[in-house]
Design a protein around this ligand. Structure first.
Ligand code: AMP
Ligand code: GLY
Length: 434
């Protein structure tokens, strides 16, 4: 069977890498892919936003499964269009993708089904929003653009002046375009953040191993937010008790809610959570794998991913055996271009990729790279994700940084503290289990 992976980042390289190992797969296609996916797949120059082009490609290549990486094509209805054309797709349709595409609709669904989340108010008029904010006595408050804003549409504000400025930026200046036509003003939740990934066919849930991203650009969680600077798994923060709460209070009720509202859903349910004193509460839904979380998950997944994706797409996930996971920890370090998440230089030649790949346990996934005259050059802010398995979190981390140090380009940087946050706890927990 041929499998088409849609997208061009590190997540898609990781998916293509894992899918290419399946004995069920004759060829992996990636649209449009990157120089990393070209090592395991055939890149086809159809952009991830070209829904018509992707449907045509899947038809003409007689693809047996399409796996959609990013959220935008899902929000644009790629999943529906493929299914209408009789092509199997892993990824929800446009209705399901609204969970990520509209924070207001997601909040409405959470409230209708009494799933724990922050209290909130909705506004489609900046004057009314500012009037409300000026009347508040409790701070901070969280201001969110309704639509897709590449993870940048959220402002945590300490007073009314700051909040009103955020409202103006989102609603008046339209910093995130039409995503800012409506906003949510949300209660600030105190606690540790965690995220959970489940594969679902709209009925059965297959919860994946816990994994944690590092969102801020600077060591010790400082500086502006990014798409994610590094990742590790497993995560001890999520104890078996918290895990059960997340499943029973959030994941199962979410799938029930989707069914009750007749929203078919085949794909990833990625739930951002705040672990508060009152239990886990939903921060946001995403409808796709996280990046770089996906890179860590595929390294620890020992089972074939393809039968799981097919079963989810076909609505028979209940028939699938629970997957096997590698007990070894994984650390994934994002190698970024100087200036990221602000503006950064593109086109710097990258060397040392072969040396990095020789470090034991290491797999390097390309994110923002392209090819120029036979040379791999930088083309994005997050350039590579260097993943390493090790017997311990320390060993995994040492290997990832050894590989990072073997790679060179002008202006390369990373966070040096990936996986440090919980490493000790993970090992202690592992030790008591034995
Ligand atoms: P989102 O895009 O909704 O995930 O928000 C981005 C980040 O803002 C989250 O990862 C949290 O760190 C923070 N955040 C969002 N909503 C809240 C909230 N209600 N309370 C506290 N922090 C929040
Ligand atoms: N790494 C966070 C995300 O993919 O949204």
């Amino acid at each position: 069977m041929k499998v088409l992976v849609v997208g061009s980042g590190g997540r898609e390289h990781a998916l293509a890498w894992k899918i290419a190992q399946s004995p069920l797969v004759t060829e992996v296609l990636c649209a449009p892919g990157n120089p990393g996916t070209a090592q395991v797949a055939r890149n086809v120059a159809v952009p991830a936003g070209d829904v018509d082009g992707l449907v045509q490609l899947a038809q003409s290549e007689d693809v047996g499964l399409v796996v959609v990486g990013p959220e935008d094509p899902l929000c644009d209805g790629l999943g529906d269009r493929l299914r209408e054309a009789g092509i199997r797709c892993f990824g929800p349709g446009a209705k399901g993708a609204r969970l990520e595409g509209s924070k207001i609709e997601a909040k409405d669904l959470l409230e209708r089904h009494r799933i724990p989340t922050a209290g909130s108010k909705r506004f489609d008029h900046s004057g009314r929003a500012k009037g409300y904010l000026e009347s508040l006595t409790e701070w901070p408050q969280v201001i969110k653009a309704d639509g897709l804003a590449a993870g940048k549409g959220v402002a945590i504000c300490d007073d009314a002046d700051e909040a009103c400025a955020a409202v103006d930026a989102i609603m008046e200046e339209r910093r995130h375009g039409d995503a800012g036509a409506r906003i949510l003003v949300e209660e600030f939740m105190e606690g540790e953040e965690a995220s959970v990934f489940a594969i679902t066919d709209g009925e059965t849930l297959l919860i994946l191993e816990p994994v944690q991203d590092h969102k801020q650009v600077g060591e010790g969680d400082t500086g502006p937010n990014t798409g994610g600077m590094g990742v590790f798994s497993p995560v001890s923060l999520v104890s078996p008790r918290v895990h059960r709460q997340i499943e029973q209070r959030i994941l199962i009720p979410t799938v029930h809610a989707l069914r009750q509202e007749e929203i078919p859903y085949q794909g990833i349910l990625f739930v951002g959570l705040m672990l508060t004193d009152a239990g886990p509460r939903v921060v946001e839904y995403n409808v796709r794998f996280g990046d770089p979380e996906c890179q860590a998950l595929v390294r620890r997944l020992k089972s074939d991913l393809v039968p799981i994706l097919i079963a989810a797409a076909d609505g028979c996930l209940a028939d699938v055996e629970p997957p096997e996971w590698d007990r070894r920890p994984v650390v994934g370090v994002v190698a970024a271009a100087e200036g990221y998440p602000g503006s950064y230089r593109k086109g710097s030649p990258i060397s040392g990729l072969d040396e990095a790949a020789e470090v034991p346990g290491v797999e390097v996934f390309h994110a923002g790279t392209s090819e120029r005259a036979g040379e791999v050059v930088t083309s994005g802010g997050r350039v590579l994700c260097i993943t390493a398995l090790g017997e311990t979190m320390d060993e995994a981390r040492d290997r990832a940084y050894e590989a990072f140090d073997a790679i060179q380009w002008d202006g390369k940087f990373c966070r040096r503290d990936i996986g440090r946050r919980r490493a000790r706890a993970v090992e202690l927990e592992g030790a008591t289990e034995e």
